[in-house]
Design a protein around this ligand. Structure first.
Ligand code: HEM
Length: 157
């Protein structure tokens, strides 16, 4: 259990550290794997690498290891999602799978409310189009299917 300079234990440690976040992300991706709208959005055949990125991000956000930024740089999540068709339907599906995964964690009511509040706000902030799934370009008339995930290291697509 790691305390910061003021002796404060992070939310990350309070809820059980890596094991808890790994369970959250595993549960979430089990739902995504079966989702006919979300699954095709993931560029890779294997959901494992996407799952690792989400795990690292959430760990960092809640006060755990900062591996995400070491490997991926600044999160810039809105920008990284700009190439994906995130409409309200996709958001609601994302939240449905997260909700189920959060429920499986059996957190205390305060921890659960804190986590869920954040996930809802983040998911609402990620919406970038109101076009129905499969119709029209995503916001801004983008022509690519996704932006380079890490512009500083990835080759241009
Ligand atoms: C609202 C619906 C959302 C949809 C449909 C969605 C979909 C996606 C897709 C298709 C990817 C690419 C997979 C990959 O290669 O990593 C991705 C990446 C990612 N998403 Fe989301 N996402 C949503 C919301 C969120 C939210 C709310 C968060 C944070 C709380 C989040 C965090 C991430 C992270 C950290 C990555 C990896 C970024 C990187 O490349 O480093 N997403 N998302």
């Amino acid at each position: 259990m790691a305390e910061d300079a003021e002796g404060v234990i992070s939310f990350y440690d309070e809820v059980g550290g890596r094991e808890t976040f790994a369970r959250l992300v595993d549960g979430f991706y089990r739902g995504v794997a079966e989702d006919e709208v979300l699954r095709p959005m993931y560029p890779e055949e294997d959901l494992g690498p996407a799952s690792d990125r989400l795990l690292m991000f959430l760990e960092q956000y809640w006060g755990g290891p900062t591996t995400y930024s070491q490997q991926r740089g600044h999160p810039r999540l809105r920008m990284r999602h700009a190439g994906f068709h995130v409409n309200p339907d996709a958001r609601d599906r994302w939240l449905l799978h997260m909700r189920r995964a959060v429920d499986e964690l059996d957190l205390s009511p305060l921890h659960e409310a804190t986590l869920w509040d954040y996930l809802q706000r983040a998911a609402h902030a990620m919406v970038n189009t109101f076009e129905p799934t499969g119709i029209g370009p995503t916001a801004g008339g983008r022509t690519t299917t996704s932006l380079p995930l890490n512009p500083s290291t990835d080759p241009p697509r």
